[in-house]
Design a protein around this ligand. Structure first.
Ligand code: P1T
Length: 389
């Protein structure tokens, strides 16, 4: 099981981002954690080994990443997965037939698809609620509820859940609170400190930050859950390869440098869009016009680079998307380069039309992931793309 080095806890976030979970490699002192490309480990004698038996169970590169992200999230144990969805799938295997889950109605489309097309077939029931309203979460809880799943801010509607309130509801219900912290990253939001039992990430996004791998992560500070996650990680086997772990680990070393720039660009682009297109059509928790701006300021230390814009129609969305030059039209987010997407047909393409309509995800919505380029270029790009609208 990958437990953090306790000595890493005392440092500041930037020092932790660069060093936590890593020690100079013992053979030559290499400062970078080696990529342990191996499937197995030679044993000293029958029943005697160096703590490593087979690489599905443990890999030193993976362990360094797991410790690093666990520390950044303020947790004690980390578990890396082959994708964010793989992490979600593994968390759901903590459940059994008959269990009930309260889930945010607006979650990543792949999370919804996993629930709707796969997990429902295993006798687990789900109630989808608008988790902006804590009372709604509470009302959905039943005696069978074992897990509350929230994304905050949500993908793509940028809605927030009051994590302290959700944590209290979960504790009262004897259920686990799981928070998908992908959009905020641990630099801006630490769900474990606010009452979450498990934090989940698509490592693919801000943690890696360079759009060159797919990965997932789960962090907890509960020893009992860590034992179960370790068992499920090894037993389910959705583990990342060591090269992807190396890339993610290299990415986290600059998380504290990248996030303030994503945030700075996000704020400037959101302010420009609000002026150009109308405050009510620009969804960014950092804008005072965002209905949950006060909560965002309370539980997040920054707002990041994700912005959604209601263009009013699919034709308007297409007008903008087809003209972007610096922003690339692509799925994903959180990389150094700016991306733009059409959630209704891309990330949330597998969500049925009536479900999208209920949560307010329209064909006119576009989503921006502001990268770390020069903000003047991002705004100029939007200016030319919105021309004519
Ligand atoms: O793509 P993967 O690493 O499997 O992560 C899934 C996932 C989980 N949670 C959130 C909040 C996510 O945004 C994602 C992946 N999202 C995209 C690919 C996207 O463009 O929104």
């Amino acid at each position: 099981m990958t437990k953090v080095f306790e000595s890493d806890r005392s440092a500041g976030f930037g020092t932790q981002a660069i060093h936590a979970g890593q020690r100079p490699e013992p053979l030559a002192g290499a400062i970078m954690t080696p990529v342990y490309l191996t499937s197995t480990y030679v044993q000293d004698a029958l029943g005697e080994n160096k703590g490593y038996e087979y690489a599905r169970g443990k890999n030193p590169t993976r362990e360094a990443l797991e410790r690093n992200v666990a520390i950044l999230e303020g947790g004690t144990h980390g578990f890396a997965f082959a994708s964010g969805v793989g992490a979600t799938d593994t968390i759901m295997k903590l459940l059994k037939s008959g269990d009930h889950v309260v889930c945010g109605e607006n979650v990543y489309g792949g999370t919804f698809r996993l629930i709707d097309r796969v997990l429902k077939n295993f006798g687990i029931t789900f109630t989808f609620v608008d988790t902006r309203n804590s009372q709604g979460i509470s009302d959905a809880v039943s005696t069978a509820t074992r897990l509350i799943w929230v994304e905050t801010p949500t993908n793509p509607l940028m809605r927030l859940t009051d994590l302290e309130a959700a944590g209290q509801i979960a504790r009262k219900a004897g259920a686990l609170l799981v928070v998908d912290n992908t959009f905020a990253s641990p630099f801006f939001q630490r769900p474990l400190a606010l009452g979450a039992d498990l934090v989940m990430h698509s490592t693919t996004k801000y943690l890696n930050g360079h759009s060159d791998m797919i990965g997932g992560m789960v962090v907890t500070n509960r020893d009992d859950l860590a034992v179960q996650m370790q068992f499920l990680q090894n037993t389910g086997g959705a583990v990342p390869g060591p090269m992807d772990c190396f890339l993610a680990l290299r990415g986290t070393k600059t998380l504290h440098l990248r996030m303030p720039r994503h945030d700075e660009n996000g704020r400037a682009v959101a302010a420009w869009l609000a002026k150009r297109w109308g405050h009510e059509r620009v969804i960014y928790p950092g804008l005072e016009s965002h209905p949950q701006h006060a909560l965002a300021k309370k539980q997040m230390s920054g707002f990041g680079g994700m912005i959604s814009v209601e263009t009013g129609s699919k034709a308007n969305a297409k007008h903008v998307l087809d003209r972007m030059k610096v922003f690339s039209l692509a799925e994903s987010l959180g990389g150094v380069e700016s991306l733009i997407s059409h959630p209704a047909s891309m990330t949330h393409g597998s969500v049925p039309a009536d479900v999208k309509a209920k949560m307010g995800l329209t064909d006119g919505l576009i989503r921006l992931s502001c990268g770390v380029e020069d903000v003047a270029d991002l705004i100029a790009d939007l200016d030319q793309a919105f021309a004519g609208l």
